[in-house]
Write a protein that binds this ligand. Structure first.
Ligand code: FES
Length: 317
């Protein structure tokens, strides 16, 4: 991955525990990339951490905007950002990538966000507005103080802000708010996994087809492959080495035991940094990065989480 050094131009408390970050180029020149709503960037943090964060804005502003929730169970990323960032701090950022794009066209869009799941959906909301595309946003927050971007959203008739709703009330709220499916309408949801499952279940009850329902996970949706318990032989073609993968071990870790480094970033099958060509064997995919076409081709695999359904796997590393 190619990294670009950017600096923090602004910091702002978007809501309780949510830090808004504005990043621009070091010399105020235009950013060398564009993106569409739903895109995210990889950000290098202190201590070798790399994390992925959704972009809340569109390229016309000439900067990247992120909003980071200080997660109580943080693996280090959000805590570091909240504690260490100052205006002027430099950060290395990868080019934006979009695994959660809006369907092209001008068909109606329904966005359903909870908590920090507002971040990719805010960019989608803005993109629809710019394109004069019909859009509605339902935004659930724990309390009014936890709702981000309210200055922009609170007086907009296309936005419904909901706060203080308990988990058991969410399904009933959704049943009263989600419309029955109309042809070509698309629904995008982002938030905690339980929330998204509830959104998809209620939408399905209301006749929404699976092809019209889209979700983005902040955490991996799948467990890493566990099939290595069967004694998978991993052949590393370029380095001429082979290793037997141990039970519960990732392909990346097994390769490291014989001195072969496979570059990784998220370690969760979400970022694409470890994408590796398969030379032989049948991949067992556990990532959320590959497209259906890449997955079905059998030629690519994300070795940080994926495995093999056979007894031998040969990779181009
Ligand atoms: S390291 Fe991110 S997908 Fe494997």
């Amino acid at each position: 991955m190619t990294w670009l050094e950017l600096k923090v131009r602004g910091l702002r408390e978007e809501a309780a525990g949510i830090l808004g970050i504005e990043l621009c180029s070091l010399d105020a020149t235009p950013l060398p990339f564009a993106w569409t709503a739903g895109a995210h960037v990889d950000v290098q943090l202190g201590g070798g951490l790399v994390r992925q964060y959704s972009l809340t804005n569109l390229p016309d502003e000439g900067c990247l905007r992120l909003a980071i929730k200080h997660a109580e169970d943080s693996r280090g990323g959000s805590r570091w950002l909240h504690q260490q960032l100052r205006v002027g701090t430099r950060l290395k950022v990868g080019a934006p990538r979009n695994l959660f794009p809006l369907h092209p066209g001008n068909t109606p869009v329904l966005l359903v966000a909870a908590g920090i799941g507002i971040t990719p959906l805010l960019a989608m909301y803005r993109q629809c507005k710019v394109q004069q595309r019909p859009v509605r946003l339902l935004y659930f927050a724990r309390s009014p103080a936890h709702a981000a971007f309210v200055d922009e959203l609170q007086d907009d008739s296309a936005v419904t802000l909901l706060s203080g709703i308990s988990a058991v009330q969410i399904a009933a709220q959704l049943r009263s708010l989600l419309p029955p499916w109309q042809a070509e309408q698309q629904l995008y949801t982002c938030g905690p996994d339980g929330f998204m499952q509830c959104v998809l279940a209620v939408a399905t009850e209301l006749g929404w087809p699976a092809a019209a329902l889209h979700q983005e996970h902040f955490q991996p949706a799948n467990e890493p492959a566990a099939n290595q318990a069967s004694g998978l032989e991993l052949v590393l073609a370029r380095s001429g080495k082979a290793v037997v993968v141990q039970a519960g071990e990732s392909l990346v870790s097994a390769a490291a035991r014989v001195g072969v480094t496979i570059a990784t970033s998220c370690g969760m099958g979400m970022c694409g940094a470890c994408m590796t060509r398969v030379l032989d064997g049948v991949p067992e995919h556990r990532d959320q990065y590959l497209s259906d076409a890449e997955r079905n081709s059998g030629k690519w695999l994300m070795p940080c989480v994926s495995g093999c359904s056979g007894s031998r796997l040969e990779l181009d590393v």
